[in-house]
Design a protein around this ligand. Structure first.
Ligand code: 5GP
Length: 163
């Protein structure tokens, strides 16, 4: 088939573990952290958002920002909670920059097992990038956008979102 990878028929998750397929909003380790059943190093909390240090940091200051709303992936999040996360995320980044001294950082947000999501409760990673070799290290294996395909894709997306 042509590279219409944005076609809905292509969206399959063959590697999805059974608990994810059966219970996409299952009680996760992050639910337990939110309830206080498991301890964490809390950084921030408001009515809708919670942030804490990652237990396996890629770099010093690696922080997770999660909604209190229990949904597995970002596309399932309510507008209200999305806005609350968007409001606090830059503030958390500024605090992490100031405290760690790392001027640069990545925001990482994984959705689905193939996309490296391990905990199926929406979360944003704030990962300080103090040096080339520490923090988030990734291959950026880019391709070239075909202009005609790009026009078709943008139109399809725009129609879908009603923009
Ligand atoms: P994902 O791969 O799903 O985007 O990342 C999940 C993150 O959650 C990982 O970076 C992992 O270290 C972190 N994590 C998993 N379990 C716990 C936990 O019990 N406490 C904390 N603080 N972080 C956790």
């Amino acid at each position: 088939m042509a590279p219409a990878a944005y076609c809905k028929a292509h969206i399959v998750w063959p590697a999805a573990p059974e608990p994810y397929k059966l219970r996409p909003m299952a009680d996760t380790i992050f639910s337990k952290i939110l309830r206080g059943d498991i301890s964490c190093h809390k950084v921030y909390e408001d009515d809708l958002v919670f942030a804490f240090l990652d237990i396996g940091p890629l770099s010093f200051g690696h922080t997770l920002v999660i909604p209190k709303e229990e949904v597995a992936t970002l596309d399932l999040l309510s507008d209200e909670t999305a806005a609350a996360i968007g409001r606090v995320l830059p503030r958390l980044c500024r605090a992490i920059k100031t405290v760690t001294g790392a001027e640069q950082f990545n925001i990482l947000q994984n959705n689905g097992p193939m996309a490296h999501q391990a905990v199926f409760h929406v979360h944003f990673h704030i990962i300080p990038k103090p040096s080339v070799d520490t923090g988030l290290v990734m291959d950026w294996d880019s391709t070239k956008l075909d202009p005609e395909e790009g026009a078709r894709l943008a139109a399809a997306l725009s129609k879908e979102i009603g923009g």
